[in-house]
Structure formats: structure tokens, C-alpha cells
Design a protein around this ligand. Structure first.
Ligand code: SF4
Length: 379
């Protein structure tokens, strides 16, 4: 029996929902606990997706609650907002993610050795905003490289090269092994002044190793982990070592549609008209309806498609104190018809540049913002 617990956070977004379906189908032997940390400020479509995962797909999702907050009958966001005396969260001060996502998650994990599955896709270049607790190890099943950045830094540390090569030599021999040795031997700066250069070389080395075989790479790293205190060091074997998949955005939509769970309705394009031209808008992610990570066109979408939510978002702003969701612009200013026209025209201009990508959903235009987002809220 596994000494570890396996967990997956369902954010209400497409990627974590698809990951839950993918893991349940492909790795039924993993006993995964699913959880959802509710801010109380999600769109209805998010709750519908969670219900669909439970109802149609039989996935039990634990809704994490803080008893102290539930006893007040307030939504978690309102409870914390009050204690911050009206200070809105922002990309620089993300108290919302820390208090409403990461803290309940770490409490749920309860200090146990844990593997946490994260739905970052193979077409994304980011690590996400994940827990750094030592007892929690993040695994990325949608990528060819399932391991986290901190593991990569360890295996590419020159001090560990010999060890890694010994493991590799069990799976790969001859000239190919020499080439792998050359990959490990390429100098890499570990000085903090060369962070970008270090990341670039790690990426280069990683791509080269993956080309020599994903399974051999995984097995060598797994052996290395057994000499560390990473949670997976406690396992004798791990089914994802054989995983060579690389899933991109289109695969995620396919999983959701084919499973019958469906894609949350807010991803669907809606037409708008401006100056006789027709454009399309949508929302690019799950998370709080007032999330400060959304683009201006998404605020316009909220204003026009969910006006009651937009009005609620306005109530949190305090223009006198400059507490606004968007820097230097209040929602009251944004809802001015002239401003909405401007935002739509700007959006149309950007959309036309991407016209060649004929996606059913609008994410081709909005996807550049996905990289800013936190994995806890939006995956
Ligand atoms: S969705 Fe946005 S506002 Fe909500 S908790 Fe996450 S980062 Fe904060």
C-alpha cells in the first residue's frame, strides 16, 4: 500500500478538470483525493463544472472549508477582505491566493508526504504558483517532463552528474550514453546573478535528455529521488514513469467534451458589435469573477454578460483610496460606453492579428495571460 497521499486541486478551470478525468481513466490505481477551495466568488459555471465532474464522472471532490469562516456565514473572500480593511488583492499582493487557496490546501495535506498533481500543459512554459512545502511534491502529468523545476535544478547540479549517469547506464548503453554524459557535462551557472542563463541551459539540457527517451529519463530521476527526502522517494515504483504524453490545449478541450463533463460555458465565444464590426469575446479562465488577472475585454464581457456580477465587483472598489481592480482605472470608468468602445476596438485589432488560428474558443487571443495566472485558481 502506498505510504503517500495523492491529491488534485479542482480549480473549476478546464485544465484541472481534464486532469482529473485523465488520471482517473489512465491511472485508476492511483488513489487520488480531489479538493476544491471555494472563494465564494466564482461564476456559476465553475460550480456547474464541479457538479458535472462529481455527477457524471463519479469523482468525489472535497470542498475545503474553514470552520471559523463558515460560522460567520460570510464568503471566504469577504471574510478576508474585511480583515485587510478594504485593501484589494493584486498581482503584487496576492493575499487571496495565499489565504484562500494555498493555506487550506496545506491544512488539507496535514503534513503528510503528498504528491500533488498539477495540470500545466505541454504547450505552456511556466511552473505556476505551487506550494513549496517540503512534504508536497508537484507532478505535471500533461507534460513530457513530469518533474518540477526544483528537481531539475538538483539533477543538473554538477555534484549529482555521476550519480545520474550511473542510473542512466542501467537503461542506456554505448554511444547514446556518451551523448547523455555530454549533456550533463555542459557547464551551467548556479550563481544567482545568472538566473536566466541557468534556466535557459536547464531547458536545453532537459530537451536533449527527453529526446534520448522519456521513460529512461523518468526512471533515472526516480532512482535519484530515492536518495532524497522527496515524497516519491518512499515509493518502490510509480506508474507515471512510463508516461510519455504531451497534452496541449486542444487535447484538454477534447477530454472534457468526450467525457460528457463538457467545457465551462464561459469559454464559449459570444459575438459583440462595435462601429459596424463584429468581434467575439469570452472569459479565459476560472477563478473569482473579479479577478485582477483578467484582461479589459474580459471585464467588458463580465459587464455585458453578467451585469449583476460586475456590479458586485464594483462594490469592492474605493476610488478615494485608489483601491481598484485595474490599476489607474475604476470599473465605473470602464463601464462608460466610450471606454467600452475603445476596449472592443483594441481587442478587435489584436484578434484580427490572430485570425489564422480558427479556434472554437477564444483562448488563442487570451492565452498570453494564462502564464500570469496562479495554478491554484485557474488551471
Ligand atoms: S482567482 Fe484571482 S482574485 Fe480569486 S483568489 Fe485567485 S488570484 Fe485571487
Amino acid at each position: 500500500m502506498s505510504k503517500l497521499q495523492h491529491v488534485l486541486g479542482i480549480s473549476g478551470g478546464k485544465d484541472s478538470a481534464a486532469l482529473a478525468i485523465y488520471l482517473k481513466d489512465k491511472y485508476p490505481m492511483l488513489d487520488i483525493k480531489y479538493y476544491f477551495t471555494d472563494t465564494g466568488k466564482e461564476l456559476d459555471e465553475t460550480y456547474q463544472l464541479i457538479d458535472a465532474l462529481e455527477g457524471q464522472y463519479g469523482i468525489n471532490i472535497d470542498r475545503l472549508e474553514d470552520k471559523k469562516i463558515s460560522s460567520t456565514n460570510e464568503d471566504p473572500f469577504d471574510f478576508h477582505f474585511k480583515s485587510f480593511r478594504g485593501y484589494l488583492p493584486s498581482p503584487q499582493a496576492r493575499w487571496c491566493t495565499a489565504l484562500m487557496k494555498l493555506k487550506p490546501f496545506e491544512k488539507f495535506v496535514n503534513g503528510k508526504p503528498t504528491v500533488s498533481y498539477v495540470g500545466i500543459r505541454g504547450d505552456e512554459q511556466r511552473e505556476g504558483y505551487i506550494s513549496r512545502e517540503k512534504n508536497i511534491q508537484s507532478i505535471f502529468p500533461f507534460r513530457r517532463n513530469i518533474w518540477s523545476q526544483d528537481v531539475l535544478e538538483k539533477i543538473f547540479n554538477p555534484e549529482n552528474h555521476e550519480q545520474l549517469l550511473t542510473y542512466y547506464s542501467q537503461y542506456i548503453k554505448g554511444g547514446k550514453l556518451d551523448k547523455i554524459e555530454a549533456v550533463f557535462s555542459k557547464p551551467i551557472p548556479f550563481n544567482r546573478n545568472y538566473r536566466l542563463e541557468k534556466e535557459r541551459i536547464i531547458k536545453e539540457k532537459l530537451d536533449a535528455l527527453l529526446e534520448f527517451g522519456v521513460v529512461e529519463y523518468n526512471k533515472s530521476i526516480f532512482q535519484y529521488l530515492k536518495t532524497t527526502d522527496y515524497p516519491l522517494s518512499m515509493e518502490d515504483d510509480y506508474p507515471l514513469l512510463e508516461n510519455e504524453d504531451n497534452l496541449v490545449r486542444a487535447d484538454i478541450f477534447k477530454i472534457l467534451e468526450e467525457s460528457g463533463v463538457g467545457v465551462p460555458a464561459y469559454y464559449n465565444k459570444v459575438k459583440y458589435e462595435v462601429d459596424g464590426q463584429v468581434g467575439e469575446y469570452a472569459r479565459s479562465r476560472s477563478g473569482c469573477y473579479f479577478c485582477f488577472f483578467q484582461q479589459k475585454i474580459e471585464w467588458v464581457w463580465l459587464y455585458e454578460q453578467h451585469p449583476e456580477r460586475f456590479k458586485e465587483a464594483m462594490k469592492y472598489e474605493n476610488e478615494d483610496e485608489y483601491f481598484t481592480w485595474i490599476p489607474n482605472e475604476s470599473l465605473k470608468e470602464l463601464m462608460d460606453p466610450k471606454r467600452i468602445r475603445e476596449i472592443k476596438l483594441d481587442h478587435l485589432k489584436r484578434t484580427n492579428k490572430h485570425k489564422s488560428k480558427n479556434s472554437k474558443f477564444l483562448l488563442d487571443i487570451l492565452d498570453d495571460t494564462e502564464s500570469d495566472a496562479c495554478t491554484a485558481c485557474f488551471l
